[in-house]
Structures are given as C-alpha cells and as structure tokens.
Design a protein around this ligand. Structure first.
Ligand code: NAD
Length: 269
C-alpha cells in the first residue's frame, strides 16, 4: 500500500482524499493531512474513514510515500523540494509555484530516484505538446476565458485597479508570457505553468486572459505550432462548486494522475 499525504485540504485536496478512500482503497492508504488552516484539515478529517492523522508538513513528508500538494503557489516549491530531497514522490497542483525552479526539482527527482507529477489540469493537449517537443516547437499560445468573479482577487487586477463589476462585454485583462501571467494571476493560470514546463518554457509561452461576463464555464484554448504541423484544443470547464477559480476537469485530472501512478497500464503520451 502506498502511503499518501495531502497538504492543502481545500477543493482539490478533499476530492483527492475521497478518491484515495473510495476509488483507490486497494492501492493506497490515506495516512496524513495538513493545512495551514487547522479547521480545514479537521473538517476534511471528519469526512474520512478511517481517519487520517493531521501532521505538520515535515512530519507528513517523512511518514508518506506520495505527497500531494494542493495548497498554494507559495507553498509548492518548498514542499516539492523537501519531498524529493528525501526520495519521496510528489504531485504538485500549484505548478505556478515551481516555475523557474523546475530544473532544480527535476535534478532532485533524478538524483533521489523519485517522481515529480504535474497533472494537466483544465487544459487539453499536453499529450500533443510533449510529443511535439521531440521535434521543434515554434509557438505555444494559451487563451483563457473565465467569468469576471474568478479574477477578483488576482494581484494583476488589484495592481491595475481593473474594475470587473458590471462588465457588459468580454475584456482582455492580460497579454504576455507565462512567467508574468503566473505572477499576476497565481490562482487562475496554473495551466500556463504546466504548459511552459512541458513545452517552450515560461518566457516563450504566450498567454491571454479574458474576463467574460455571462459566461458560466472556464474556457482554455491552446494553439501549438511546430515542425510536426499544428494543433488547437478548446476545453469548456464547469467551475468547481466550492472554488470558481478551479475547474472541475482540473480536479478530475488530479484524480486521473493518481490513477496513472497506481496502474500498470499508462495510456497516452
Ligand atoms: N494545476 C492545475 O491545473 C490547477 C487547477 C486548479 C487549481 N490549482 C491550484 O491548486 C491549489 C489548490 O486549489 P484548490 O481549488 O483546492 O484551492 P482551495 O482554496 O479550495 O484550497 C486550498 C487549501 O490549501 C490551504 N493552504 C493554503 N496555503 C497553504 C500552505 N502553505 N500550507 C498548507 N495549506 C495551505 C488552504 O487553507 C485551503 O484549505 C491552488 O494553488 C490552485 O491554484 C491548480
């Protein structure tokens, strides 16, 4: 049995915890939880049988085989570094938090013979991007549209005093590279970080972020051009009920990544 520990007991952490106990109970034991808000960890603990224990981060990492980070951009890098440094596998959801430091983490994983997992999230086409990288990639562009309230606490929106209330038509909030997008929209645009790591890097991955009134879904459009040809994907994602910034497909993607880790048949690139 693989011993799993989850750091960050919010929308994604909760669904992964339930998946560990309901879907993967033959393969994993959900051993430990942690959250910077003790009440969040306790609330989740109450929903689970058997009850995992609540530990501080370092102890959780020491006791578990697979550590899942579903906390925040600020927490992701330290968690991944600590886990990989002692040979523990780690799944990172807040991928924006490791951007720019991913090579160091890749080296740690290689040196300590463990794995770093970065789920695709709500974007579709990472399989194609990984394959395209075998040849030359010329262009990766992500266009993300979400309802305005999904952006209301984004640092970029606050800094530029963008008024998102009473929008009548769609408004382009940001155009730039993934490095700047992740800084300005840390809770919205993890997919741009994952695309960067899989493809051209954060400086050359282009991002457009658009607030759309009357829209009920989070839409990611990905365009990739390379010496293989080109592809375009579009996903229309229902937001998670508990957190409109997180797409339901991102939660499913995390659960599917756990399944991929556990199963002996791995489908797709
Ligand atoms: N990779 C992707 O495609 C993708 C998609 C959606 C969300 N995310 C990211 O995954 C993370 C979790 O998303 P969510 O929707 O579950 O968020 P959420 O706000 O519902 O839950 C986050 C939980 O983590 C806790 N937390 C925050 N900082 C922490 C820290 N330093 N240590 C321990 N606990 C901490 C919070 O108290 C909260 O309980 C976020 O960073 C989010 O941006 C990634």
């Amino acid at each position: 049995m693989i011993k799993v520990g989850i750091i960050g007991c919010g929308t994604i952490g909760q669904e992964l915890a339930l998946a560990c106990q309901r879907r993967f109970s033959d393969e994993v034991t959900l051993l430990a939880l942690d959250d910077q808000e003790p009440s969040h960890a306790k609330k989740l603990q109450q929903k689970l049988r058997p009850k995992p224990q609540i530990f501080p981060v370092d102890e959780l990492i020491g006791r578990c085989d697979l550590i899942i980070e579903s906390a925040s951009k600020q927490a992701a890098y330290e968690i991944a570094k600590k886990a990989l440094s002692i040979g523990k596998d780690v799944m990172v959801m807040s991928v924006g938090g490791i951007l720019g430091k991913e090579k160091e983490l890749f080296d740690l994983a290689r040196t300590h013979r463990c794995c770093l997992y970065l789920p695709s999230g709500g974007v579709v086409g990472i399989d194609g991007l990984k394959a395209a990288r075998v040849g030359k990639i010329y262009r990766v562009t992500l266009t993300t549209r979400k309802p305005p309230h999904g952006f209301d606490d984004a640092p970029y929106v606050l800094k530029h005093k963008i008024n998102l209330k009473n929008l009548k038509e769609e408004k382009v909030l940001f155009e730039g590279n993934a490095a700047a997008a992740v800084k300005g929209f840390p809770k919205n645009i993890n997919v741009s970080a994952t695309l960067s790591v899989a493809g051209l890097g954060a400086q050359r991955t282009k991002v457009r972020i658009i607030a759309c009134p009357h829209m009920l879904v989070n839409v990611h459009e990905l365009y990739v051009q390379g010496d293989f040809g080109s592809f375009y994907t579009r996903s229309e994602n229902f937001p998670a009920e508990q957190n409109p910034k997180t797409s339901r497909l991102a939660i499913f993607s995390a659960v599917a990544t756990l399944e991929r880790i556990l199963k002996n048949v791995k489908i797709g690139t």
